[in-house]
Design a protein around this ligand. Sequence first.
Ligand SMILES: C[S@@+](CC[C@H](N)C(=O)[O-])C[C@H]1O[C@@H](n2cnc3c(N)ncnc32)[C@H](O)[C@@H]1O
Length: 324
Amino acid sequence: MTNKLPCLTYQGSKRTIARSIVDKMHSMFPEKKVFVDLFGGGGAITSAALEYKQDTLFECFKFDKVIYNEINKLVYTLYSAFIRGEIDPADVNMYVTRKMFYEIKEDESYNTLEKAIILFVWSFCGNMNVYIRNDSCETDEYLREIEYRIETHRSSLIKKHTIDTYKLDTFNKDYRCIPIPNNAIVYCDIPYSGTSDYGDVGDSKKITRFSHNSDKDSQICINISEQLDCKVGCRDKHAFTNCEHKGRHYDKVFVFDYDKFYEWALGQDCPVFVSEYNMPDKFECVGEWQRATFGNGTISAENAPIEKLYWNGKGLGVVERVGS
Ligand SMILES: C[S@@+](CC[C@H](N)C(=O)[O-])C[C@H]1O[C@@H](n2cnc3c(N)ncnc32)[C@H](O)[C@@H]1O
């Protein structure tokens, strides 16, 4: 059995397929020594790249450098501290009520790492956004389940791991602001279009305030060019609030400009790989995986959608492409 990958159990995590994804990219570009994870999230892919090694007849391949980037400051801070083994076990033990959770979440002056730990441990599926416990359900079985989840989150944060981080660089920026080294493979695990996802991204945090209700789908990420049926909501730079979208209510709808992203990816000279369910024709599908579980583990293997890995077609010489 292979070791569990050290990463955060983040919504949309690639932890179950991360090693296969990194292996696929390396097999296509075995000479590339730098690995760039531009939408790093809980760090599954970064961790897989950090520990990656491939024995050949003459050498043992490892990446010289791994770059992790994530725009969400809390997620960025938590993963960076976690992977460097800098989380103090004393910081994960605080008891947090629903009221405290939302107060801390809104408190701009709260220490970022402590805030990230609290929001991660006490949120539903580690989404750092919605409080883990539904107070209207008080059965013993439910409370035991919640306690188990809290303990799992806590112990995952302080678990000792052996990943060496001397070759890791971390950034907390928009993906377009990261300088890409010459000999790099770039991986992009972009927010999936039309799926529930993520905490506050960038500026949207300052503009939107919304009520939390775990009975509703509170967040969704949509394509900026998708038609939004926005009945009561208003729009800002990154998000819509209080929307009806395809007949369902959402407290907050994030926007991600997929067209701009495609343009950016196709404009790079280096190989850029993207995890998505579907991509425009200019990208080539080079791998497919079926994930057994998602976030809260409610989707069974047979219902899980096929995840695909797409490539921007760059990074190979003309001769190599013709022969491939
Ligand atoms: C699908 S998740 C990544 C999951 C990650 N691969 C894992 O296994 O945990 C996508 C991430 O992209 C981040 N993100 C969204 N927009 C971004 C941007 N413009 N630049 C960088 N990161 C962004 C989100 O905050 C989110 O954490």
